[in-house]
Design a protein around this ligand. Structure first.
Ligand SMILES: Cc1cc2nc3c(=O)[nH]c(=O)nc-3n(C[C@H](O)[C@H](O)[C@H](O)COP(=O)(O)OP(=O)(O)OC[C@H]3O[C@@H](n4cnc5c(N)ncnc54)[C@H](O)[C@@H]3O)c2cc1C
Length: 402
């Protein structure tokens, strides 16, 4: 990894990044980040595919990952500069589909063998595969350590039977990072292992579940005599809880709302289109004005805290317990914004479809509904509070589930 000591080097890198983006990011994709949420490994649009190949070859979709596995090898400050230049250019990371970049890849880099890193990291870096995460089960959500999916050692392979639920993107994924029970006689946290499971096999079935917001982003996933080779274990046998917790920290770190802020339309400007303003051009209703101001302050404080946490982390990509604080605060800011948006839009903020509503109004309703999931996925807000009280504040342990 290059050692960038001072601002001069960082500014030189900024110039390099801007020039590379100018040469490689297709103008037709400007502001179309939502494309990366498409099924599978992204849309077939030729410009999207060209952008995916360019950034994958450069390693800049995973800017801080080691170059020996295809990553960008950038320092954390350089990666931040790259992010700023991408935002300026209206560019986006086209490889954010699935859980490869945000969760599985970083966990393989933390715990994988050399062979696992060489096998699994390059296809993630280039966006050639999609990963899902198989943690939750019908009787194991917040109390994840109660999971029962059985994984038996059959000598030359593992045999897996059981079911998972809420597996995001399972229907599109080639691989799953899966927590399984390998020792039913051990204490519940101690008999768990982490398996890298091939989803494209006879023993795996996925059934999409429809969400209130209209789409089916996740599945029930069934394993019936699914198989995995012995070298599919990530970390040690029966020590999957430690690996699994690390993945959750990476997940929460990716849900801190680092992306929002600059790119959203300012809510006060949305408000002025829908509600009365006074002679001074302010929102006339003092109650709404106060709540909106409070939200804008919360949002600003969240973004400043994110920036401080990033600066304190310096060159480290290691997500600590602070990810729980930031995840909860990002959730609060995003859900409040969604609720205020609907309130501001009034009757126009009740549309689901049809010509009477603008695309922004329909998007606001669907976004508000999907936003409900933020305080559930990645561990609910209450579970984050438990982690904060235990790991950061050092309060007595009230739960075994975190
Ligand atoms: C959109 C979305 C995507 C998801 N994607 C995935 C995925 O890809 N892979 C995956 O494995 N899972 C996924 N999940 C599942 C998610 O991780 C679980 O829903 C979550 O951990 C909560 O578990 P649960 O739904 O079983 O709720 P429960 O654990 O039953 O909790 C119900 C309520 O009780 C509260 N509660 C429970 N225990 C405690 C406690 N000890 N202290 C205080 N309050 C408590 C919770 O906060 C919650 O309000 C997804 C969920 C959503 C909504």
């Amino acid at each position: 990894m290059a050692d960038f000591g001072g601002d001069t080097e960082l500014e030189a890198f900024r110039v390099e990044a801007a020039a590379w983006l100018k040469a490689n990011f297709p103008a037709s994709l400007k502001g179309k980040a939502a494309m990366a949420n498409a099924e599978g490994t992204g849309p077939t649009d030729p410009d999207y595919q060209a952008w995916k190949k360019a950034i994958g070859d450069k390693g800049w979709a995973t800017p801080t990952w080691p170059t020996e596995y295809g990553g960008g090898g950038l320092s954390v400050p350089q990666a931040r500069v790259l992010g700023q230049e991408m935002a300026k250019a209206g560019a986006f990371n086209p490889l954010t589909f699935g859980m490869g970049i945000t969760m599985i890849g970083p966990t393989i880099l933390d715990y994988g063998t050399e062979d696992q890193k060489k096998t699994h990291i390059p296809p993630i870096v280039k966006g050639e595969v999609r990963w899902c995460v198989g943690y939750s089960e019908p009787n194991a959500g917040s109390d994840l350590a109660s999971l029962q999916t059985k994984c038996e050692d059959k000598g030359d392979h593992f045999l897996i039977n059981g079911s998972k639920i809420w597996t995001s993107g399972a229907q599109y994924s080639e691989w799953c990072g899966c927590l399984v029970r390998t020792d039913p006689s051990a204490k519940k946290h101690e008999g768990i292992s982490f398996i890298l499971l091939d989803m494209k096999q006879k023993g795996v079935e996925t059934r999409p579940i429809a969400l209130i917001a209209g789409d089916s982003p996740f599945c029930e996933t069934f394993f019936t005599d699914a198989v995995a080779p012995k070298d599919a274990l990530l970390g040690q046998l029966n020590q999957g809880w430690t690996v699994g917790k690390r993945l959750l920290q990476h997940e929460r770190a990716s849900q801190t709302g680092a992306a929002f802020g600059g790119r959203q339309v300012a809510l006060q400007d949305v408000a002025k289109k829908y509600v009365e303003v006074d002679d001074a051009g302010r929102i006339a209703d003092p109650d709404l004005r106060t709540r909106l101001t409070r939200h804008l302050m919360d949002s600003r404080v969240h973004n400043l805290t994110l920036a401080r946490a990033a600066a304190e982390a310096k060159n480290s990509n290691n997500p600590g317990s602070a990810a729980s604080v930031l995840k909860n605060s990002a959730t609060h800011v995003a859900q409040t914004r969604a609720e205020l948006t609907l309130e501001i839009m009034g009757a126009q903020g009740l549309g689901w479809e049809g010509a009477d509503f603008s695309p922004e109004e329909i998007e606001a309703v669907r976004g508000w509904l999907f936003g409900k999931a933020m305080s559930i996925y990645g561990g609910s807000s209450e579970i984050q509070n438990n982690i904060i009280s235990k790991r950061i504040l050092g309060l007595p342990d009230t739960t075994q589930s975190t």
